[in-house]
Write a protein that binds this ligand. Structure first.
Ligand SMILES: [Zn+2]
Length: 165
């Protein structure tokens, strides 16, 4: 079995994997938004090419549209590759998370998951000058004693985050 300090270390790492995975999910969302922007622009230039006033204008417009479409295709491929790379990171963090979860006792895991539901990737804090480092709430003597003996999970009485030692 692991010591309490080791368990807190694992909770800290698990919290990091959640935060990192969320960061890469956010990047994917931004890349997807860029793709949507390309689609929108393509649709707009197709409209222009379709309604040129005469044949010459239309030829020029269609030529420009072809260039724009080639560029758009190239850009889309690049974005696809970027997404693949982000997915790779996410899978890696998820794999790490699964490994850590296997080692944690279930009460600690349940508490972690409950807190993660409220503030994903931000469920750990630590004591600094008798206060919670995250919310700055004062920690009284009873809490300080609990942290000193390192026997059980101690949560900040103000923000509920798990306090590391
Ligand atoms: Zn706090």
């Amino acid at each position: 079995m692991h010591t309490h300090k080791e368990m807190l270390g694992m909770l800290f790492l698990l919290n990091q994997t959640v935060r990192e995975a969320a960061y890469y999910h956010d990047r994917i969302a931004r890349i997807t938004a860029k793709e949507a922007e390309i689609d929108r622009r393509c649709a707009a230039s197709e409209k222009v090419a379709g309604c040129g006033p005469d044949a010459t204008d239309r030829t020029v417009a269609e030529f420009e549209l072809k260039i724009a479409e080639t560029e758009a295709r190239h850009r889309r491929e690049m974005l696809r590759e970027e997404i693949e790379a982000e997915r790779y990171f996410i899978e890696d963090y998820e794999r790490q998370a699964r490994e850590i979860r296997k080692k944690l006792p279930s009460p600690a895991l349940q508490l972690f998951d409950r807190l993660t539901g409220l503030t994903p990737g931000d469920v750990m804090s630590y004591e600094k000058d008798r206060a919670c480092a995250k919310c700055a709430g004062r920690l009284d003597d009873a809490i300080m004693r609990r942290l000193e003996v390192i026997m059980e999970i101690t949560q900040c009485p103000h923000c509920d985050r798990i306090l590391e030692v």
